[in-house]
Design a protein around this ligand. Structure first.
Ligand code: SF4
Length: 284
C-alpha cells in the first residue's frame, strides 16, 4: 500500500520556508486554512500558494479563509509567486486561489499569468492548478487549460446531499461539469478531493467517488474534516484510520489511478508524490 514517507517536522526548515514566503509576500493556503500539516509541509520546503488575495467571495462552512469583497488584482503577484518557487527550489508546486465571483473572468487570466511567470523563471517545476469552478464559464476554463499546467484539480469537497449546506454558493453538479470539461479538453490527469466526517454516509461517499470517476477524474484524495474554529461546520463523525484504508481500496476498485486517503490527507498533501505514482504502485 502506497504511503508517503512522513518525517517529523524540523523547526529550522519550517522557519526557513516561512522566511522565503514572507520575503516574497505571497499567501499560502497552508496558513490561511490553518492546515494541520503546515509544519510538516514547510519543513519539507513545500507549500501551496493561494493567489488572487486572501479574501474569498464565497463562504463555505468548512473553510477557514476569510470571506468578503475580493481585493484589487495584484499584478505583481505572478512574479512574486514565481520568485518564491525559484527560491524554494520546488520541483512540484500546487497553486490555488480564493473564489473571485466579483471578477468578469473569475480570476482565470490571473492564474494563467502566474503559470507563465513560473514557467519563465522555473521551467522544470511541475505545476498543479487547483481551481475554483469559475461558475462553469467555458472561456475561463479554456484560459486555464491553455495555460498548460501539468495537472488540473477542482475539489468536489462533499457528497451531493450536503453540498448546498457545506458550500452554499457552489454546486455539486457544476463542479462535476467543470471536472468533466477539464477531462475532455486537458491532456494531463484530473484530480479532485473529498472530506469525510461532514455527516455523509459511506454509501454517499462511494456514490460521489463513482460520479467523479465517471466524468474523468483519475486522482483522488480523501481526508478527515476537522473543524477549523467553533463557528465552522461541526465534525459529525471521526473515522478511524482503517476507514481510510477501506475507502482507498474502494477508490482503486472503481478505477482511480492514484489515491491518497487518511486522517490528515488534504488535496495538496504530498501532491508531488501522488502525481508520480501509478495504479500498480498505489496498490503495492
Ligand atoms: S497539506 Fe497542502 S495546504 Fe496543508 S500544509 Fe501541506 S501543502 Fe499546505
Amino acid at each position: 500500500m502506497y504511503k508517503p514517507k512522513v518525517k517529523a517536522p524540523d523547526p529550522h526548515l519550517t522557519a526557513f520556508t516561512d522566511t522565503i514566503l514572507s520575503r516574497h509576500s505571497v499567501t499560502t493556503v497552508c496558513n490561511e486554512s490553518a492546515c494541520p500539516n503546515r509544519a510538516e509541509c514547510y519543513s519539507r520546503g513545500t507549500a501551496t500558494f493561494m493567489i488572487l488575495g486572501d479574501t474569498c467571495t464565497r463562504a463555505c462552512r468548512f473553510c477557514n479563509v476569510d470571506t468578503g469583497r475580493g481585493a484589487k488584482i495584484d499584478t505583481g503577484e505572478p512574479q512574486r509567486v514565481a520568485n518564491a518557487i525559484r527560491d524554494l527550489g520546488l520541483k512540484y508546486v500546487v497553486i490555488t486561489s480564493v473564489d473571485r465571483d466579483d471578477l468578469a473572468d473569475f480570476g482565470a487570466n490571473h492564474f494563467a499569468n502566474v503559470v507563465k511567470a513560473v514557467r519563465e523563471i522555473a521551467p522544470d517545476t511541475k505545476i498543479e492548478l487547483l481551481t475554483p469552478d469559475f461558475r462553469g464559464l467555458k472561456d475561463a476554463l479554456d484560459t486555464i487549460i491553455s495555460s498548460s499546467p501539468d495537472k488540473l484539480a477542482h475539489n468536489e469537497e462533499t457528497v451531493e446531499r450536503l453540498s448546498p449546506v457545506i458550500r452554499p454558493q457552489s454546486s455539486y453538479i457544476r463542479s462535476l461539469r467543470v471536472l468533466e470539461y477539464y477531462a475532455m479538453h486537458f491532456k494531463g490527469r484530473i484530480k479532485s478531493s473529498l472530506m469525510a466526517g461532514l455527516g455523509e454516509s459511506e454509501n454517499e461517499l462511494i456514490d460521489t467517488m463513482r460520479d467523479l470517476y465517471s466524468v474523468g477524474v483519475r486522482e483522488l484524495t480523501i481526508g478527515q474534516y476537522l473543524q477549523p474554529t467553533p463557528k465552522h461546520y461541526p465534525v459529525k463523525r471521526f473515522y478511524p484510520p482503517s476507514f481510510f484504508e477501506d475507502i482507498k481500496m474502494e477508490a482503486l476498485n472503481i478505477g482511480f489511478e492514484a489515491v491518497a486517503c487518511g486522517i490528515l490527507v488534504r488535496s495538496s498533501y504530498y501532491a508531488e508524490e501522488l502525481g508520480n505514482i501509478t495504479k500498480d504502485k498505489n496498490n503495492g
